[in-house]
Design a protein around this ligand. Structure first.
Ligand SMILES: [Zn+2]
Length: 266
C-alpha cells in the first residue's frame, strides 16, 4: 500500500493508463480477426478515414467528437472510452496497492492482459492463443527474474490447481449439460493465472470467479439458461476473480479476504 500519496504520479499514471487503454481497444478489436495491431492507425470503421490527430486523445477524444466520426457521422461505440477509462483506473489502483516496483509492472501487464481477455471473450467467446503465449512469457520472465511473491514450485503447483480444477469442472459440465460449459481456452488461461497466483490464491480466485458467475447468472439470466443457446463467457469471471485476489493483498503480504476467512472460520 502506498502511504505517502503523490498526486503527480497518480495523474501521470492515469494518463499513461488511458493511452494503454486505447492500445487495448486496438488489441481487442484486431487480435481475434488476425489483423496487425500496429498498422493501420486508428480510423473510422465505416468510412475508413483516419481519425485526426487532435481527436486522438484517450477518453476525451470520444467526447470531443461527441461519439461520432467527423467525416461520416457514424457513431463510435461508447465502449472504447469505457475501456480507456477502466484501464486508467486499474493502472492507478495497481500503483496504490503495490507502489512503483517490479511487482507493479508484472501485475499491471497481467491486468492489461485480463482486460483484453474479458472483452474479446465477451465479443467472440474465445481466448486467443496469442494472449495465452503472451501471458506465459510474462510469467516465465517474472519467475526467472524472481519478481513474483512466489517461487517456481508454488507457481507450477498453482497452474496445476487452477487449470486442473477448470478442466474437471469442464468435463463434469460437458457430461451433465451435454454442451461445452468451460472451454479449453479457459483451462489454458487458468494455467497462466494459477502460475501468477500460487495454490492458495488460485483457490481464492476460483472461488470468487464461480461465486460471481453464479450471482450474474441468477440475477440476469434466470430462466434463460435452459433455452440451450444461452452462452456466457467465463473468461471475464476468471479475470475478475484473479484481480480481486491480487488487489486484496495487504501491506504485510497477507490477503484481506483470506485473513477474514481464517479469522471467522477457525
Ligand atoms: Zn467515418
Amino acid at each position: 500500500m502506498v502511504t505517502n500519496l503523490d498526486p503527480y504520479i497518480i495523474i501521470i499514471l492515469f494518463f499513461m493508463g488511458s493511452i494503454f487503454g486505447s492500445f487495448l481497444n486496438v488489441v481487442i478489436y484486431r487480435v481475434p480477426k488476425n489483423m496487425s495491431i500496429v498498422y493501420p492507425s486508428s480510423h473510422c470503421f465505416s468510412c475508413k478515414k483516419k481519425i485526426p490527430m487532435k481527436y486522438n486523445v484517450p477518453i476525451l477524444g470520444y467526447f470531443l467528437l461527441s461519439g461520432k466520426c467527423v467525416f461520416c457521422l457514424n457513431r463510435f461505440p461508447s465502449r472504447y472510452a469505457f475501456v480507456e477509462l477502466i484501464t486508467a483506473i486499474f493502472t492507478v489502483i495497481v500503483y496504490l496497492i503495490f507502489n512503483l516496483n517490479s511487482l507493479f509492472f508484472v501485475y499491471l501487464i497481467l491486468t492489461y492482459l485480463l482486460i483484453a481477455v474479458t472483452f474479446v471473450d465477451i465479443d467472440h467467446f474465445i481466448i486467443p492463443n496469442g494472449f495465452i503465449l503472451f501471458g506465459l512469457s510474462v510469467l516465465i520472465i517474472s519467475l526467472m527474474l524472481d519478481v513474483l511473491l512466489l517461487g517456481w514450485e508454488y507457481s507450477v503447483s498453482g497452474s496445476f490447481v487452477f487449470a486442473g480444477f477448470l478442466f474437471c469442472i469442464g468435463l463434469i459440465g460437458q457430461f451433465i449439460l451435454k454442451k461445452e460449459s468451460i472451454g479449453f481456452g479457459d483451462v489454458k488461461l487458468g494455467l497462466i493465472l494459477g502460475g501468477f497466483l500460487g495454490v492458495e490464491y488460485s483457490i481464492l480466485a476460483l472461488y470468487l470467479s464461480f461465486a460471481l458467475s453464479a450471482f450474474i447468472i441468477i440475477v440476469f439470466y434466470r430462466g434463460k439458461m435452459n433455452s440451450g443457446d444461452t452462452k456466457i463467457p467465463f473468461g471475464p469471471f476468471l479475470a475478475a476473480g484473479t484481480l480481486i485476489s491480487l488487489f486484496t493483498i495487504g501491506p504485510d503480504g497477507g490477503n484481506y479476504i483470506l485473513n477474514w476467512y481464517y479469522r471467522t472460520m477457525f
